[in-house]
Structure formats: C-alpha cells, structure tokens
Design a protein around this ligand. Structure first.
Ligand code: UDP
Length: 344
C-alpha cells in the first residue's frame, strides 16, 4: 500500500517539485494550499509531469477546523512536509504580525493535529538564514544560530524551536528540519517552476526576467564585499535536487532510521558561487547576454554563506548533483514557457 503524505504549500515552488518526486517514489500525496501565492493550475501541471493527479484541498493552515477535516477525510496520513508559509523577507519587515501569525500559527495547528490523527513525522522547511553570517565556512549544522535579520527569518528559528520543544515535551512525533540554502531552477520539463509575485526579489528570477526583457537590467547589489570578486557568495541548489532531499527525509522517518527524534540537515551543494559567477554561468549555459550594473549593497544581505552538506550526504544518502549550467538552463526554459503561455 502506498503511504499517504500531506504536503502543505504543495502548489508552491518547492512544494510542487516535491510532490512530483514523492509520487515518483510511490507515495500518495494530499496537497493543502490556500493558493495565496500559487495557482490551482499547478495541480494540472504536477499531473502532466508525474502522470498522477494528487488530491488537492484549498485550505489555509491557519484554519484548524479545515485542516482537521483534511486528516479526517484522508485517513492514514503518515507524515507531513510543511512548506506553507509567507516567504518575502522585505514584506515580513513591513508586516511582522502577518508573518508571525501565519508561519507560526500554521505549524502549531499541524503539531496539535498530528498525534490526534496518528501522523508520525514532519519535515520542516527551514533555511540557512538561521546561521546569519557564519563565522566558519562551509557552515555545518553545529554552527550557532544568529539573531534573525527579519521577521521571516525569525519565524524559521522560532518554528525550529517549537518543533524541538514539542518533541521534548513527549509528543509522539518525530521531525526532520531541512535548512535550505538558495533553491533555484525549475523542472526540466519546464512545466513547474517559480512564479514570482511582482518584481522578483531573488536573484535567478530577476536574471531570467531581465534576459527575456521584462526587466531592463539586473542590479548586482554590491561589489565591495570581502570575496574574491567583491560580490556576495551563496550556495545555489537545484530545486529538483532539493525536492529529492524531502523524499529521503520522509523515508527516513517512516522507516524509523532517525538517530534522534529531531534531526537537522543542511541542504546545499557545498559550493559557493558569487553573483558575478552565477551571471557568467547563466550567459554561458543559455547563450543569452545579460544586461547588468553594479548597484549599492542591499540592506540585510549576508556577505557569504555556503553549506557543508556532508551530514545530509552521509546520513540521508542524498547529494545535490545537478550542474549549475543545467539548473540555470532549466530556469531559462521555464521563463520561456511562461512567455509562450502569456503568463510572464
Ligand atoms: N542579488 C542581486 N540582485 C538582485 C537580487 C539579488 O545582486 O536583483 C544578490 C543578493 O544581494 C545576494 C544574492 O543575489 O547576494 C542572492 O540573493 P537572493 O535574494 O536570491 O537570496 P538570499 O539573499 O536570500 O540569499
């Protein structure tokens, strides 16, 4: 029998790719999403990619009764992957209460419902933002947590603590916290990808929109950092590789292979790329010349961060292995697909 997995935020960027990989691995998926930052069409696209239509419920995770109705309707949900969250860093500074209510309230609802419906475990979307500017690079899971730079980042830290405290209190659940580095790219079929809302804040969506002519030029935020070419360094991870990390995390929970009731893994490539290096890789892989300028630093940016993913490599048996050129090409093909469909 296929095991049933609830994916909150399953029509979103990382969620949709994860649903496909769960289905490819033989899991039965139920998606809950309030469609606040995605569209129900994504369910069709998931089906087009995997050949299987996931169950879908348009529900806000803040709606306790609605969420409970999902557990009652789809009996036997074994584990949850919790993506549903507000994620715009800048907006979180403007609307902190919205972010605290939404991101924290949603998790609390799930954690309360899990034991009631016999749900064994939860995989939580955390972020390398919890490390701030690490003192040692590459950063391991043992690095200290730094004070968050934004309410968004703070919700990730608080949610990690809420999960730790809940398990420590004797809740029968277990958890895996995945700290993502910078997810980029799209599904190789170009049927799933990131749909930025308004002007993209993230680098790769801004690059592809510039390349296709929606934006005039990319501003590179600062070239006077203490890095080899002066631009910031990040660990860019392919979204399908990232999605696969969730599948192995789910299997680890269900097969009871965890070494602790709450485990934390960095999900990155282990390789740092500067903004300029990423732009050059984009130009090389797509053959498209990018219009860019050097602009002042962006407030709150971390100078450099990349993962030590060896714990995930060794314990989960997972590795990010898609070459950056292929990843950037997938992002470009997704943008071309959006243009073809008249979406963006
Ligand atoms: N960045 C940039 N121009 C942009 C968007 C981002 O130069 O239009 C830089 C940003 O300063 C950072 C890197 O690209 O050094 C990654 O930024 P992103 O917002 O994608 O991720 P995060 O800051 O969360 O790591």
């Amino acid at each position: 029998m296929k095991e049933k997995i609830l994916v909150t935020g399953g029509t979103g960027y990382i969620g949709s790719h994860t649903v496909v990989e769960l289905q490819n691995a033989g899991y039965d998926v139920v998606i809950v999403d309030n469609l606040s930052n995605s569209s129900a069409d994504v369910v069709d696209n998931i089906e087009a990619v995997s050949g299987i239509r996931p169950a879908f419920e348009k529900i806000d995770c803040l709606d306790y009764a609605g969420l409970e109705g999902v557990f009652a309707k789809y009996q036997g949900i074994k584990a949850i992957i919790h993506f549903a969250a507000s994620k715009a860093v800048g907006e979180s500074v403007q609307k902190p209460l919205l972010y605290y209510r939404n991101n924290i309230g949603s998790l609390i609802n799930l954690l309360e419902l899990m034991p009631k419906y016999g749900v064994e475990g939860i995989v939580f979307s955390s972020s390398c933002t919890v490390y701030g500017q690490p003192d040692v690079l590459p950063v391991t899971e043992k690095a200290p947590i730094k004070k968050a730079e934004s309410p968004y980042g703070n919700t990730k830290q608080i949610n990690e603590e809420i999960i730790q405290d809940t398990v420590a209190s004797g809740s029968p659940i277990s958890a895996i916290l995945l700290r993502y580095f910078n997810p980029i790219g799209a599904h190789p079929t170009a049927l799933l990808g990131e749909l930025p809302n308004g002007v993209p804040q993230n680098l790769v969506p801004y690059i592809v929109q510039t390349a296709i002519g929606i934006r005039e030029k990319l501003s590179i935020f600062g070239n006077d950092y203490n890095t080899p070419d002066g631009t910031c360094i990040r660990d860019y991870i392919n979204v399908v590789d990232l999605a696969k990390a969730h599948v192995v995390a789910i299997a680890r929970i269900l097969e009871k292979k965890q070494k602790a009731k709450v485990e934390v893994f960095n999900i990155g490539t282990g390789r740092g790329l500067s903004v300029l290096e990423l732009v050059q890789a984009f130009e090389k892989s797509t053959g498209v010349k990018l219009n860019y300028q050097i602009a002042p630093r962006r407030a709150g940016d971390i100078e450099k961060v990349w993962a030590d993913p060896s714990l995930a490599n060794n314990e989960l048996g997972w590795k990010a292995d898609t070459p950056i050129e292929d990843t950037l090409l997938s992002a470009w093909k997704w943008q071309l697909h959006l243009r073809e469909k008249g979406i963006q």
